[in-house]
Design a protein around this ligand. Structure first.
Ligand code: AMP
Length: 210
């Protein structure tokens, strides 16, 4: 099963992607996580991406398309994969189509902008392994500490309020048109983001299997 998660930044698609990934035993590929790791490790790609990401802008299409092309060629993607945060522009979706990979489902997690802005202020990410948490909706077992690796939980630089507004602006302009793109293929399912993560998950799993 090849699944794409669409949705605004902060809509909770990463959390849902992880759950579906565990449920079906297929890997999640998050371009955001790959880019953050590259920035942290100071690779050439990371250096290119840094300024865009920090300002809430999209990294150029050719860079992310290259990341995805390489990652999807890995053997663990042979039985299916979940894309979290890719594609984010029409040219990225077209590039994916041209790779000859059939997409089975596109799940759009739909959350209004005002709820997103409120939620983003509570997001925390592990400085060490990148796992994500929320101070209200996805609490770590111990405050400020990652459940998986014990790393310190911090606010992502691009979750600061000013940057969140820019990311939402970019989302509406560049990414939202993908809803129409995938609606035309009949693969799109819209899931209304709920207050509780588990309620959104129930709707997401239904949408994946439907
Ligand atoms: P995310 O964690 O998915 O919100 O991604 C964090 C940042 O990485 C974004 O704000 C972009 O700067 C960059 N990024 C991630 N995925 C993409 C993509 N598909 N196209 C362009 N930039 C991306």
């Amino acid at each position: 099963m090849n699944i794409i998660f669409l949705g605004a930044p902060g809509a909770g698609k990463g959390t849902q992607a992880e759950i579906v990934s565990k449920t079906f035993g297929i890997p999640t590929i998050s371009t955001g996580n790959i880019i953050r790791a590259a920035i942290k490790n100071g690779t050439e790609m990371g250096e290119k991406a840094k300024a865009f990401t920090e300002q809430g802008k999209l990294v150029p299409d050719e860079v992310v398309i290259g990341i995805i092309r390489e990652r999807l060629a890995q053997p663990d993607c042979a039985n299916g994969f979940i894309l979290d945060g890719f594609p984010r522009t029409i040219p990225q979706a077209e590039a994916l189509d041209s790779m000859g990979i059939a997409i089975d489902r596109v799940i759009d997690i739909d959350v209004p902008d005002d709820a997103i802005v409120a939620r983003m202020s509570g997001r925390r990410v592990c400085k060490n392994c990148g796992a994500s948490y929320h101070i209200e909706y996805k609490k770590p077992e111990k405050d400020g500490v990652c459940n998986d690796c014990g790393g310190e939980l911090v606010t992502r630089a691009d979750d600061e309020p000013q940057t969140v507004l820019e990311r939402l602006r970019v989302y509406h302009k560049e990414t939202e048109p993908l809803k129409d793109y995938y609606a035309k293929t009949g693969k799109l399912r819209t899931v209304k983001g709920q207050e509780k993560v588990e309620d959104t998950t129930a709707l997401t799993l239904k949408a994946v299997e439907d």
